[in-house]
Design a protein around this ligand. Structure first.
Ligand code: 1CP
Length: 354
C-alpha cells in the first residue's frame, strides 16, 4: 500500500503512528512493537476481570472488551492494540453451537463434515456483531493516536476447528474432507471467506486502523495444496478488504515453505514465525510487503540478557528491510512474565530510536 492509497477525507489520528508507517514501509521514529495475544492470559489484571465470566460472554461485552484491550497498551507501552475477541466469535454470531472451554480452546458441538452441515454456515450480517462495532468505537475514542488492530481467523484455520470439532494436532478430519470431497471443501472455504471478510469489514468500518488474518494452522499444508485448495479463499478475504487504506496483515505458524504464496495472496504485511530469519522471510514474501515478527515466544522465559540478545538478532535480520513490525513468532505464552514483555518493548524502542 502506498501513500497514494490514502483514503479521502481528514487523516485519522493514527495515520502517522510508527506502526502504520512501518506497515506502509515508510521511515519510522522507532521500530513499532506489539505482541500477538498481548491481551489476556499473561496479565493478572485480565485474570481478575475475567473471574466468573465465560470467554465468549466477555467477547460480547463492549465494556470488558475495551478494558481488556487497553490493559497491555497501558502496561507495556506497545505501539498498537489488538481487539479482544476470538477467531470463533463470528461463527458463534451466526448461530454455530460452540464454546471456548478453559484450558482447551474452541469446541464445536456438531462438527461440519457434510453438505447438509454447510447449510448451517449462513452469511454474517453486521447486526450479528453489533457489540463488536460498539466496542471498536469505544476503543478508538480511548486509544487516540494508538492504532487498533482488528482480526479474524482465516478460512483454513476456522475450517480446522469446525471440521475437527475442536483443537487438533494433525487436522486429520480437515484433511480427509479436503482431499476426499474437494468440491464440498471449496464451498466450505468460500463460505468461511465471506464470513471472515464481513467480520473484518465490520471492524474496519467501525474504525480499526489495521486488520490481521490469523491462519495459525495453515503451516500443516504443503505449498501445492495451499495454492490450489486454500489460497483462493484467503485471496477472496484480501480482495474484500482492499480499498479501505487499512493495512492487512497475514500470519501463520510453520509457514516457512508458504511465505512466497502468502506474499502473493494480497496482504500488505506478512508475519513470520521464529523458524525463518526475517531477511530470508522478506526475500520469500517478495517485494512491496512489510514484515512482522519474529522472536520465539519461549525466549521470554530466558534471563533478560538472553532475551535481549535474541531480540537483537531479530532487529539485525530486519535492519535493511523497509517496514518491520516487531512481534513474537506466535502468541504470548500464558505463563510469560508480563515484566519481560514490558522490558522487551523498551529494549526494541531504545535500540531502534532514530
Ligand atoms: O478463558 C480464556 O481466557 C480463554 C483463553 C483465550 C483468550 C484470552 C482464547 C481461547 N482466546 C482468547 C483471545 C484471543 N484469541 C485473542 C485476543 C487476545 C490478544 O491477542 O491480545 C486473539 C487474537 C485470539 C485469536 C485466536 N484464537 C487464534 C489465532 C491466534 C493464535 O494464537 O494462533 C486461535 C488459533 C484461536 C483459537 C483459540 N481460542 C482460545 C484458545 C486457547 C485457542 C487455541 C486453541 C488451540 O490450541 O487450537
Amino acid at each position: 500500500m502506498s501513500s497514494a492509497d490514502r483514503p479521502q477525507g481528514p487523516p485519522t489520528q493514527t495515520y502517522d503512528s510508527a506502526f502504520l508507517k512501518a506497515c506502509r514501509r515508510e521511515p519510522v521514529p522507532h521500530t513499532p512493537v506489539w505482541f500477538m495475544r498481548q491481551a489476556g492470559r499473561s496479565l493478572p489484571e485480565y485474570r481478575r476481570l475475567r473471574e466468573g465470566i465465560a470467554m465468549l460472554d466477555s467477547c460480547m461485552r463492549p465494556d470488558l472488551v475495551t478494558e481488556i484491550t487497553l490493559q497491555p497498551v497501558r502496561r507495556h507501552g506497545v505501539d498498537a492494540a489488538i481487539f479482544f475477541s476470538d477467531i470463533v466469535v463470528p461463527l458463534k454470531a451466526i448461530g454455530i453451537d460452540l464454546d471456548i472451554k478453559p484450558g482447551v480452546g474452541p469446541v464445536v458441538a456438531q462438527p461440519v463434515r457434510t453438505r447438509a452441515d454447510l447449510e448451517r454456515l449462513r452469511p454474517l450480517e453486521p447486526a450479528d456483531v453489533s457489540y463488536v462495532t460498539e466496542a471498536v468505537g469505544m476503543l478508538t475514542a480511548e486509544l487516540g493516536g494508538t492504532p487498533l488492530i482488528g482480526f479474524a481467523g482465516a478460512p483454513f484455520t476456522l475450517a480446522s476447528y469446525l471440521v475437527e470439532g475442536g483443537p487438533s494436532r494433525n487436522h486429520e478430519h480437515t484433511k480427509a474432507l479436503m482431499y476426499g470431497d474437494p468440491e464440498l471443501w471449496a464451498d466450505l472455504l468460500d463460505r468461511l471467506a465471506e464470513i471472515t471478510a464481513s467480520f473484518l469489514r465490520v471492524q474496519i468500518e467501525a474504525g480499526a486502523s489495521a486488520v490481521q488474518l490469523f491462519d495459525s494452522w495453515v503451516g500443516a499444508l504443503a505449498p501445492a495444496d495451499y495454492r490450489s485448495r486454500v489460497m483462493p479463499a484467503s485471496v477472496k478475504v484480501f480482495e474484500a478488504t482492499a480499498g479501505y487504506g487499512v493495512p492487512r496483515i497475514h500470519f501463520g505458524v510453520g509457514t516457512g515453505e508458504l511465505l512466497e504464496l502468502m506474499g502473493e495472496a494480497g496482504a500488505d504485511v506478512v508475519g513470520a514465525d521464529w523458524r525463518v530469519p526475517l531477511d530470508e522471510a522478506a526475500r520469500r514474501v517478495g517485494p512491496g510487503r512489510a514484515i512482522q515478527g519474529n522472536l520465539d515466544p519461549a525466549v521470554l522465559f530466558a534471563p533478560r540478557e538472553a532475551v535481549e540478545t535474541q531480540a537483537r538478532s531479530v532487529l539485525d535480520a530486519a535492519r535493511d528491510l523497509p517496514g518491520h513490525v516487531f512481534n513474537l513468532g506466535h502468541g504470548v505464552l500464558p505463563q510469560t512474565d508480563p515484566d519481560a514483555l514490558t522490558r522487551l518493548v523498551a529494549y526494541v524502542h531504545e535500540q531502534t530510536a532514530r
